[in-house]
Write a protein that binds this ligand. Structure first.
Ligand code: SAH
Length: 242
């Protein structure tokens, strides 16, 4: 068996996530496009089959441990890069409306190309800043779920993501173990933005691919209209920082 397929299947199985044959075929096609496009556009520094399978695809699947496989009808992935975890979630829940946002145009073009080529409907890939789309009525508080991996520290990420979540919906930040040091300021930011107290779920990726922490926040109240602030402001002066 192809090394990529082997690690994808085994890794998903260890997480307890079931993959269908059509899903596995889509992941293979996606991986082939990623490796090819990565020669022209800098999409990932991980280039071996095992690394791509575990550190991109299986890691993205781990989000489902908190979000549920079909518990959401709509989601947004902020700073999707080459589509992680957003396109993976869309493949797992093809009926959901997907919004994939990144501030680098070439990444958005790649994500759109993969979605088209896999025949995925209901994927909107947008080039621009989370801060701008979060103030746009078409997107603000319209989603059941907001996710992000590897984008910013917790307080900044909360300001990027929570404005998209409808009250009652969920925000899941895919972080590493050092997120515990970000939770003092992050927790304050989450509270200001209408989120509940965060629940941290620690997990180890299969094949010693690293420790992960999923930070889950329920949206309890509407986000005050002044958030997110103008593009660049959240990162310059993170909410919740003393
Ligand atoms: N989520 C992907 C990519 C992580 S790299 C993965 O885990 O593989 C972080 C990405 O976030 C970059 O592609 C960057 O362009 C994007 N990004 C950072 N700040 C952003 C913002 N304010 N709005 C939109 N995209 C942003």
């Amino acid at each position: 068996m192809d090394e990529f397929v082997y690690y994808l299947k085994q890794g998903a199985c260890e997480l307890g996530v079931a993959l269908s044959e059509p899903q596995i075929e889509m992941f293979c096609a996606y991986k082939t496009m990623l490796v090819h496009a990565n020669r022209f556009v800098n999409l990932t520094s991980i280039t071996d089959d095992q690394g791509i399978a575990v550190k991109h695809f299986v890691d993205s699947l781990s989000c489902l441990l908190v979000a549920g496989t079909e518990n959401f009808n709509s989601f947004v992935d902020i700073g999707t890069g080459a589509g992680f975890p957003g396109l993976v979630l869309k493949i797992m829940n093809p009926g959901a409306r997907a919004l994939l946002v990144d501030s680098v145009r070439k990444k958005v073009d790649f994500v759109r190309e993969v979605a088209d080529s896999l025949g995925l409907d209901g994927v909107e890939a947008l080039h621009g800043r989370a801060e701008d789309f979060g103030q746009d009525g078409e997107y603000r508080e319209q989603f059941d779920l907001a996710v992000a991996r590897g984008v910013a520290n917790m307080g900044v990420l909360a300001e990027y993501c929570l404005p998209f979540v409808r009250p009652g919906g969920l925000f899941v930040a895919m972080k590493g173990p050092r997120v515990v040091d970000e939770m003092d300021a992050g927790g304050k930011a989450i509270e200001i933005l209408g989120g509940s107290q965060a629940i941290l779920r620690h997990l180890a990726l299969p094949y010693d691919a690293g420790e992960r922490v999923l930070v889950a926040v329920r949206k309890e109240r509407n986000t005050p209209a002044k958030y997110p602030r103008k593009a660049g402001a959240p990162a310059r002066k993170p909410l919740g920082d003393a």
